[in-house]
Design a protein around this ligand. Structure first.
Ligand SMILES: [Zn+2]
Ligand SMILES: [Zn+2]
Length: 432
């Protein structure tokens, strides 16, 4: 078997791994980079107008043989989870290549096309299910459920030619799916030749992460004490976090107000798990219809996606009457709407990765709320495993070798893991 990491041996994001057995080839993930060559955050808008050839030349698209052609010689692309750094360049792939993904992931990508104006239409989707093996070309693949900040995340066992490799995808052990992680420790596949394990947290301060349960408790404590409105800025697709917020609202007797986009995410994914969804009888959940978002949906023919939540609508005026009853999910694009909510003070809880604060729109949004007498709190935990969890995961699998991936610090792996480390470079092919 031949393994080539097209991107990810030396960076977080843009993951793409190719495996070849005989003439059969598959790709694991096809992600958008998170950083550019100078290490700043990657801005796809700058490259949108470029052709495939130009994108390859500039090192944006991985140079994967036949992947973009009319006659692709690739048996399938397997997507680990719905984070753009794992699927974001898929739109350039030949539409003839079957895309394997979780069904919920596909539903999320469809929402992204509408709400985030992405362009990932999959003509040939194939759904895998956890712990059920499937075949792609010469490869037998088994998906394992992963605890991660994205819904529907997986790790994979990939087998061919009597070789077994394991790809961790992105994972952690401190989210609401901690049980899936615990289950994996006891049921991890053995006799693995090579483990590709993410190392997002490698090279950072060694600390034990707060659990999602801790986040829920912290939020509930803050909500209970607060005498005015609470705004929380978090990702609408961080489902674990939305559940933590919802539970904190229940404990503190607040109403959780989500915007139409988040309501659609919750409604869609509540087909796959018991999640708070306005349409499924969760009384302390209301829907706000932000102006730009809602008029945009109607203009583009997606009015239905707003109308279905009409019964659960809450207005800015209703919120203004008793602001302290509410916790609102907010983001910078909602500034005009928030400006119409009458409140003389409040809390802004920033519940995302600190790095995003460097973005100008985020900074301006936070400053604007500060100027309106809002106190800012940071309550967050990472989507990625801490060092002890990474070690525990690798020891449960006990592979013959480890290949670093999804990391800026591959040179540190040898100080962490007891297994043999194979440090690859992007585009280098390893045979085993
Ligand atoms: Zn990632
Ligand atoms: Zn991820």
């Amino acid at each position: 078997m031949k393994l080539t990491v097209h991107r990810g041996t030396n960076e977080i994001g843009g993951t793409c791994i190719e495996l070849q057995s005989g003439t059969s080839r598959i790709l694991l993930d096809f992600g958008m980079p998170l950083v550019n060559k100078s290490g700043n955050s990657f801005d796809f808008a700058q490259y949108k107008s470029l052709s495939v050839q130009e994108l390859i030349k500039q090192g944006i698209l991985p140079d994967v043989k036949s992947a973009y052609s009319e006659k692709p010689e690739i048996d399938g692309v397997i997507i680990s989870h719905p984070h753009a750094d794992h699927f974001g360049l898929m739109q350039y792939l030949s539409k003839k290549i079957p895309i394997w993904l979780g069904e919920a992931t596909h539903r999320i990508l469809k929402l992204n096309n509408i709400f985030l104006r992405q362009n990932n239409k999959i003509l040939n989707p194939k759904y895998f299910e956890k712990e059920k093996s499937f075949t792609v070309g010469k490869f037998t693949i088994t998906a394992y459920w992963a605890d991660h900040s994205a819904f529907d995340s997986y790790s994979f066992l990939v087998e061919a030619e009597d070789k077994r490799i394991f790809y961790s995808g992105d994972f952690r052990s401190h989210g609401h799916k901690a049980k899936a992680y615990k289950w994996f420790l006891h049921n991890a596949p053995k006799d693995i030749d090579c483990l590709l394990i993410e190392g997002t947290k490698i090279g950072q301060k060694k600390e034990k992460h707060k659990t999602e349960g801790d986040i829920k408790d912290e939020l509930a404590g803050l909500f209970k004490k607060s005498e005015s409105i609470n705004y929380i800025y978090t990702a609408s697709q961080n489902i674990d976090r939305l559940v933590s917020i919802y539970r904190a609202c229940l404990t503190s007797q607040k109403t959780f107000v989500v915007d139409v986009y988040t309501a659609n995410v919750l409604d869609t994914l509540s087909d796959f798990a018991r999640l708070p969804s306005p349409l499924k009888g969760f009384p302390n959940l209301k829907v706000l219809f932000p102006n730009i978002l809602t008029t945009g949906l109607f203009k583009r023919g997606y009015g239905k996606m707003a109308i279905k939540f009409s019964k659960y609508k809450i207005t800015k005026e209703e919120i203004s009457r008793n602001p302290s009853d509410f916790v609102l999910l907010v983001r910078p694009s909602m500034r005009k709407d928030l400006g119409k909510i009458k409140t003389d003070k409040g809390n802004l809880i920033y519940s995302m990765w600190e790095g995003y604060k460097e973005q100008k729109t985020t900074q301006q949004f936070i400053d604007w709320l500060k100027s309106k007498n809002f106190a800012v709190y940071n309550i967050h935990t990472s989507g990625h495993a801490d060092i002890n969890t990474l070690k525990e995961f690798a020891d449960a699998i006990a592979p013959n070798a480890i290949i670093p991936i999804h990391t800026f610090h591959k040179q540190n792996y040898k100080n962490i893991f007891s297994q043999k480390i194979i440090e690859l470079n992007d585009n280098e092919t390893f045979c085993f």
